[in-house]
Design a protein around this ligand. Sequence first.
Ligand code: ADP
Ligand code: MG
Length: 377
Amino acid sequence: MAQRVAVNDGAPGSKRTSRVRVAVRLRPYMDKQDEKGEGPCVRGLGPQKLEIINWRNATETLQYQFDVFHGEQTTQQEVFLTSVKPILPHILNGQNASVFAYGPTGAGKTHTMLGSQEQPGVITRAVKEVFKLVKAQEKDPDGWEYSVGMSYLEIYNEKVLDLLSPGSQDLPIREDKDRNILIPGLTHTPLSSFTDFDTHFIPASLNRTTASTKLNQRSSRSHAILLIKVVKSQRGPPHRQQTGKLYLVDLAGSEDNRRTGNQGIRLKESGAINLSLFTLSKVVDALNAGAGGRVPYRDSKLTRLLQDSLGGSAHSVMITNIAPEYRYYFDTFSALNFAAKSKQIVNRPFVRETVLAPTIAPGKRAREEQEAGGSGE
Ligand code: ADP
Ligand code: MG
């Protein structure tokens, strides 16, 4: 897997750009999301693959391959260790990174990024780890001094809003002479510890999530962006300074809200309702095609904001969240087509059995096979 994180080998002489590593996370099947009791229509096939029923032809299954596949049994800790922790040391070396949760509303983006008290997500684990790395570095008396700070913002209807300063107006995005992206006027809060982070982040994120349950669709249409900035300064002359940025992003839902019934399925256009999300998918495609072509960062607020932290010398991971129930089928299908490295049509019907990730306990395995009628391959 390691070679997949590495930079692309473009054509000779082409500009080398970093690939965006793509992981897919399947959330557990939920009865209440499946009124017709149809069972799941997606299942894992190992650490990089899954299969989904083919809606065009029930005698076929579609198999997809990604950089990483996180099956439904994957814990928050495993997602963090595999997909996020490895990129964090770069932030302390003046490099930038970004982690996104992509996928339809209800598929687990907020669970992955934010999680709960009992099952904290990527944000909590990443911020703790950044402080741990900083503390370890500071033990070296001849080394550098570090300062950590945060900003928290939202992009909604192509407006940039400061979540640490409620009621603020749309903020401008600028680029300095060194091509760093900055947002003048955005609140930047210095942090001395993880507890400090929690104190500022929890109320701001609760504000956002509770204000937007059920009918209020804001949370599914906006991008929540947490920025952790690490500034590293030399203690002695020449007092050099380096800044590393980490963006942790809970994206807007990727579902096509215009879809009606089983008609008008326009998978191709499904991102277009949300300009930033649509542009992000074009940017990721352009980066991963690696041919050195134009990357359309400037076409939306989100991609403009992330320009110095996505592609180039930055380290980026996209965790595509999907749900196994049939009601999500078309949104899952379009998310997979975006996330996949490769796709294959297999000539056999989708089998309703559970394929086990190596991490599952044997007791669980037996139980699931019984439930699935013990069908073998
Ligand atoms: P999204 O943010 O993509 O709309 P959520 O994170 O809110 O989706 O997830 C929808 C529901 O599914 C929530 O109740 C969440 O707790 C639950 N859920 C999502 N992913 C998982 C998971 N991996 N394990 C257990 N529950 C999950
Ligand atoms: Mg959410």
